[in-house]
Design a protein around this ligand. Sequence first.
Ligand SMILES: Cc1cc2nc3c(=O)[nH]c(=O)nc-3n(C[C@H](O)[C@H](O)[C@H](O)COP(=O)(O)O)c2cc1C
Length: 184
Amino acid sequence: MSRPRIGIVTASTRPTRIGHHVAAWVGGLAPEDVELVAVDLRELALPLLDEPEMPSEGHYAHEHTRRWAALVESLDAVVLVMPEYNRGYNAALKNAIDYLYAEWDGMPVACVGYGWSGAQYARSALRQTLERIRMVVVDGAALHFEQTLDLDGTVHADDEATEDVRRMFGSLTAAVSARGAASA
Ligand SMILES: Cc1cc2nc3c(=O)[nH]c(=O)nc-3n(C[C@H](O)[C@H](O)[C@H](O)COP(=O)(O)O)c2cc1C
């Protein structure tokens, strides 16, 4: 099988964000037998959902939606690197998810959350959304301010967080293989 293409999604779009530092740390722990694709929701710059039809219809009127759908379609799995805002996950991530439907179906996904409590509330809320769109959720990882992450985005990962990310890549690769075997 060719190397699985795994998208590392930087979900935060704030001008002073730290999410890209966390995404870089995650990507640095990927094994050599995966192909990483950096996906930056700030660069993607999707407007608030403006498709006239339900995404589940799969008829996309706008070029920005078709571009986003093609990018997601080209991936075998995604890692969502996400902050916690007011005990939820950020709006740009929800918007990007809501744009599509069939493209997510059955795709393996993991979350790496960061925040004061390791983004536990955001990760829990996101899990419900990911299950609703029938993604295959595997365990991710969490970084906590003043423990494994500085406010400026410098990561001081301990063994547990590092091991969680390594295990996550293993679980994603296994889920991609299982999906491929099931559809062969
Ligand atoms: C609107 C907003 C709400 C926030 N709410 C939370 C929160 O509920 N829990 C938390 O741990 N951190 C919260 N924070 C602090 C963020 O964890 C911190 O700013 C982090 O750097 C955000 O990630 P980003 O810089 O990649 O956007 C909030 C930050 C913002 C901007």
